[in-house]
Design a protein around this ligand. Structure first.
Ligand SMILES: Cc1cc2nc3c(=O)[nH]c(=O)nc-3n(C[C@H](O)[C@H](O)[C@H](O)COP(=O)(O)O)c2cc1C
Length: 205
């Protein structure tokens, strides 16, 4: 029997409807970096999962678990166990993709658990996890990521997760373009590594 303690867990969420597009390429590099730096990574490709949008019935008020029985249940369990989250989405109309937003809304169960069931005050920043947000977009505008960042920052907060870093990539339109951007690939790999290094350095990791 091995005496090795389990590696810290990072949940990687791929939110593009394109299976092998730019978001997938960048996330793949970040996952490679995180894995090589000592974390185990649990990947979820939202496009291939059965995920209902939030129905706002607040079944989660009972025990902090969403009552809709679909693939969100496994994501909830993994997030609960994780020390890190990498969320990756393309920018659609200055926001995250619909697949990503559905996942974010379902995580209202964590918000309910934190504020209503555990009674933690708003503004409480006792971080349990570290987060990295990756976004891919076609254009160049200065405010290109502002909408997504506002909502992702608040999402991570509901998950007791500090938004430790972001990788915001402009100028990616066709599906294979990130594969020809060594600067962006290297940044994704490095940010995955850095996230894992911070996590593994934490006491108890
Ligand atoms: C519905 C839709 C909306 C989009 N909106 C924007 C946008 O607001 N700004 C932008 O720069 N690119 C926009 N794009 C382009 C994508 O962000 C870009 O192609 C990105 O690289 C896609 O990532 P993926 O290959 O991972 O799917 C949009 C694309 C689609 C399909």
């Amino acid at each position: 029997m091995s005496n090795e303690s389990p590696k810290p867990l990072v949940v990687a969420i791929h939110g593009s409807p394109r299976r092998h597009g730019n978001t997938s390429t960048l996330l793949g590099e970040a996952v490679r970096g995180a894995t090589e730096s000592g974390c185990q990574v649990s990947e979820f490709h939202l496009r291939d999962l059965k995920l209902s949008p939030c129905l706002e019935i607040y079944g989660c008020k009972k025990d902090g678990r969403c009552v809709i029985k679909d693939d969100f249940q496994q994501i909830y369990d993994q997030i609960d166990l994780a020390q890190g989250i990498i969320l990756a989405s393309p920018i659609f109309f200055y926001a995250v993709s619909a697949q990503t937003k559905i996942l974010m809304d379902r995580c209202q169960a964590f918000w309910v658990r934190r504020h209503w069931l555990e009674g933690r005050p708003y503004g409480d920043t006792t971080w349990k996890r570290r987060g990295l947000f990756i976004a891919a977009a076609a254009s160049q505008g200065q405010k290109l990521f502002d909408g997504a960042l506002l909502s992702v920052r608040y999402f991570f907060q509901a998950l007791d997760t500090e938004l430790t870093d972001t990788l915001l990539c402009r100028g990616l339109d066709q599906a294979d373009e990130a594969r020809h951007r060594p600067d962006q690939l290297a940044a994704a790999y490095r940010k995955g590594k850095e996230l894992a290094t911070l996590i593994t350095a934490q006491p108890g990791a």
